[in-house]
Design a protein around this ligand. Sequence first.
Ligand code: PMP
Length: 352
Amino acid sequence: MKAFEKNIRKVEPYVPGEQPGRRVIKLNTNENPYPPAPGVQKAMEQISPDKLRMYPDPTASVLVDSLAEYYGVNKDQVFVGVGSDDVLSMCFLTFFNSEKPILFPDITYSFYKVWADLYRIPYICPKLMDDFRIRKEDYYQENGGVIFPNPNAPTGIYEGLEFVEDIIAHNQDVIVIVDEAYIDFAGKSALELIDKYENLIVVQTFSKSRSMAGMRIGYAISNPTLIKYLNDAKYSFNSYTMNQAALVCGAEAVKDKVYFEETVQKIVETRAWSVEQFKELGFKCLDSQANFIFVMHPEYDAKEMFEALKKEDIYVRFWGSERIEQYMRVTVGTREEMEALFAFLRRYIKGE
Ligand code: PMP
């Protein structure tokens, strides 16, 4: 090792799902199979070259205003960023600054560990219970902050608002971040609690329910005090400033409530249908409230199945890590995409 290498921050990188760059049945990164709201395409076509010539509005007001209106909060309660990954990373950097370890589940979104390592934040990861649920009492121990997704990833398991509130209420001396990337496919959001708890931040994204993963738009909603801390930190990192196209297209997407609700509904229906299909084939499915299903087959090896699917140009996600060696995560696609998946699985399992 060279002398200077000892000063380098080394992390085990997050390994994203493959983007094969050609048309496949892509059920591996929880993208939405439907296009964004029709107004988004129009908004994109109407961006004037002059707008592109200039720097974007650093306060992102067009998008912040539309989100504030949509959620019925004040503008100073909304923070936007380049995907919820950047919003979350900024939250880690800004709010997790204690010598005490932060808490997040063992089996959750794997970026949390990367940011904690990169920013030198100590952490403890309580294991999920045998049924893959979070044990809320694990989050009552002393800590420097708490983050968990609801629904959790990659399990898809959603916990109700009472459960979430118990964790927040037990941690009022630290910041609690609820990562709601998949909340629109599930139940009540912790946004209902932001007026009640000053230590709560809720983070959401346009990547899943709003079909805009490629635009990179995420946001945090909280009280003005915490949002100001995030903005103060953000302005020192110009890379966190959102581009002009994302600002106007994001604002446009928020306006179309009907399209949004219809799209979410289609995915929720396809999810229910897909769970039935999986079960008929002998798979065990966790109770997902997200736009993906976490499945295992007691008689078939997950890695082999994952490879066989890939040969058919059907991409799902497989990690092979401890406790989830036999699980695959399958994004809910269109009904046609799911039919193609099940046609293959029927051949694979039943030889049909
Ligand atoms: N949180 C969770 C739990 C996720 O699964 C993802 C998507 N991989 C994100 C946050 C980040 O999504 P994005 O940066 O696209 O908003």
